[in-house]
Design a protein around this ligand. Sequence first.
Ligand code: FPP
Ligand code: MG
Length: 289
Amino acid sequence: YEVNDVAMSWVKDNCLSFFQLFCIKVVKTGRVPQHIAFIMDGNRRYAKKNSVDTSAGHYKGFDKLSETLKWCLDLGVPEATVYAFSIENFKRNKDEVNALMDLARDKFQRLLEEIDQINEWGVRVHVAGRLSLLPKDLQALVSKAMLVTRNNNKLRLNIAYAYTGRDEISRAASHIVDGVKNNEISPEDIDDELVSQTLELGEAELLVRTSGEVRLSDFMLWQVSNTVLYFTEVLWPEFTIWNLLAAIIHFQRNAPPPKMKSSVSDKAQLFLDNLENHRHQQLEKYVNC
Ligand code: FPP
Ligand code: MG
């Protein structure tokens, strides 16, 4: 029983030791990745190893996520993206899928209850994926969470849910086709910057996958073209601040020079603004359903 579990479920203030805080300071003297992506893998192996049921492994995985968010805040990492549920995961057995949906219900409900603390931390939550595949009540919950945190700007947490990279790219392609059909953009406006900005997720500078698997599993395929990849054997629920610092040091040794920000034409920007409005309206629709 930990007092913090009751007080706060999304950002876990787990009191790092003096030595750990010192190491964070040292690592921060170097370049800190501005966007870290995590493939949180190994929850079921952790559950098996500790003789608990699968869903307990996933709950442990969520606790680790909330610890990791605090570490990102301490390190000054402004954006993190986590792979929480892939479209492929719908093929797992019914009990596990239901347990994962219940976990999400539970945690997004908690987020809404803890909104004052979330706002104090400055965490903005964005759920990226095919929300139409989710149960109606969960659609409403995640949409609410996105709307009520949208003005926070210390840490943007993207949760890939009912997500695959290929599906995200397909949806972007279909938005672009609509834009051309409606005369918002011309075919000449389509370039890699426009595609990048039409996608829900931005480029990551560092990608971490736990549990010894060395695949991308259809995660952020477009966004990892220049990303430093870090694979570690540790199972996600056992991930520690030391593993995160090791990943960042690996990034500092291997990072390409930072990319110049590019922009799109005024016309294309208008298309992107419309798309943003359209997405916002969709969220309000989900909330009111
Ligand atoms: C992969 O481990 C993990 C998942 C499929 C679920 C990850 C979800 C969380 C950590 C909770 C996040 C929830 C919210 C609401 C943000 P695995 O099941 O593939 O384990 P294995 O590789 O050992 O079989
Ligand atoms: Mg796995």
